[in-house]
Design a protein around this ligand. Structure first.
Ligand code: ASP
Length: 354
């Protein structure tokens, strides 16, 4: 195998999967190339995203990153595919809050600690792009609610109709029968990657008709050696009006430190926020852990905090370090993630505590 070829490693005992790039790049040449803004031939780009919807999102990201484009553009354009998907749980087709309105959260972060997010945003198709505008065009990191919407409209985004998708309407009507306040974060205990139709490129529903998840997160390394990340969600279905999850919170749902790595979370946002999840995983990688080990460490911390209640929630992280190694870990079985390298676009089943 050539020196710069990515290898698939199975870290036996831990059941952890990881990708690594064996070609060694002296940090001085890395820095030099970054300064020049030129792609280093030895840096193979990688895109990692959450869930099976990540396969389609990765393809869009790869069009950019595989052609020596920037990670930031890749992670924005990648998740836009999922935001736009009509039969999907992310974006305006997602489940509404308990008052019947879809409210969206999104965040984006680049390799230089620039970051932007929007939360409690209504009637805008691409919250991820609004988050990027917040990052690039305002002195702020986060805009919420009406202010975020005003900003989006001023930036030329279309205000869409305040209307539920057919699927969301059905789910909401079902939920209204009991109106039980129980925000939904699904746990797909039975699903395994081998049971998925390999041609399957879109988010799918569970047998009870509910979406299998509500979020897409994406992290990427480009051929300049720069990392970026994005995360976009309709949040927990039937949440209280005004509720924000982890996804728009930099350090919780998403974090990028170009010296170390990039991390994105999905699952029960409240429990990711509690431990500053994505940032905690980055710090574990900084201490020398592999991406999978770092995710595992923080998932286990959440498991300890939640005690017996851990069985009722799902929390998952994906991580990518600056060397191009990727990994993931979840509280329960059923989480999968999509990885695109020069070797193709594949879906992997995450290791888990259970
Ligand atoms: N983390 C998201 C939230 O809590 C939901 C998800 O990942 O499905 O809003």
């Amino acid at each position: 195998m050539s020196m710069d070829r990515r290898k698939f490693l199975n870290l036996g005992g831990l059941g952890i999967t990881s990708f690594t790039m064996s070609g060694f790049i002296p940090s001085s040449s890395l820095q030099e190339a970054k300064n020049r803004g030129s792609a280093i031939s030895k840096i193979n780009p990688v895109v990692v995203s959450t869930w099976d919807a990540g396969l389609a999102a990765n393809l869009a990201a790869w069009k950019i990153i595989g052609a020596n484009g920037k990670a930031l553009d890749a992670v924005e354009n990648g998740v836009m595919v999922t935001e736009e998907e009509i039969n999907c749980c992310v974006g305006l087709s997602g489940n509404p809050d308990r008052d019947g309105h879809v409210t969206l959260d999104a965040s984006i972060m680049d390799h230089e600690f620039n970051c932007g997010s929007v939360a409690f945003l209504e009637r805008i198709k691409h919250p991820i792009s609004v988050a990027r505008r917040v990052m690039e065009k305002t002195p702020h990191v986060m805009l919420v609610g009406e202010g975020a919407q005003q900003f989006a409209v001023a930036e030329g985004f279309t205000l869409e109709a305040d209307k539920l998708s057919d699927d969301a309407k059905k789910s909401y009507e079902g939920w209204l029968k009991k109106s039980e306040y129980k925000p939904v974060i699904n746990i797909e205990r039975k699903q395994s990657v081998s049971q998925l139709d390999p041609s399957f490129m879109a988010p799918h529903k569970l047998s009870n008709g509910e979406w299998n998840h509500d979020t897409i997160g994406m992290i990427a390394l480009d051929s300049f050696g720069n990392l970026s990340g994005s995360c976009t969600t309709s949040g927990a279905g039937f949440k209280m009006r005004g509720r924000l999850g982890d996804s728009p919170i930099i350090g919780a749902g998403l974090y990028v430190d170009n010296e170390v790595g990039a991390v994105v979370a999905t699952g029960q946002g409240e429990d990711v926020i509690r431990v500053a999840g994505a940032s905690a995983v980055v710090e574990q990688m900084r201490q020398g852990k592999s991406p999978s080990e770092a995710c595992k460490f923080v998932v286990e911390r959440i498991r300890r905090i939640k005690k017996e209640k851990a069985k009722d929630i799902q929390v998952c992280f994906i991580a990518l370090n600056i060397k191009g190694e990727a990994g993931a870990y979840a509280l329960h079985k059923g989480f999968n993630y999509a990885v695109h390298t020069n070797d193709g676009n594949k879906l992997y089943e995450s290791s888990f505590v259970d």
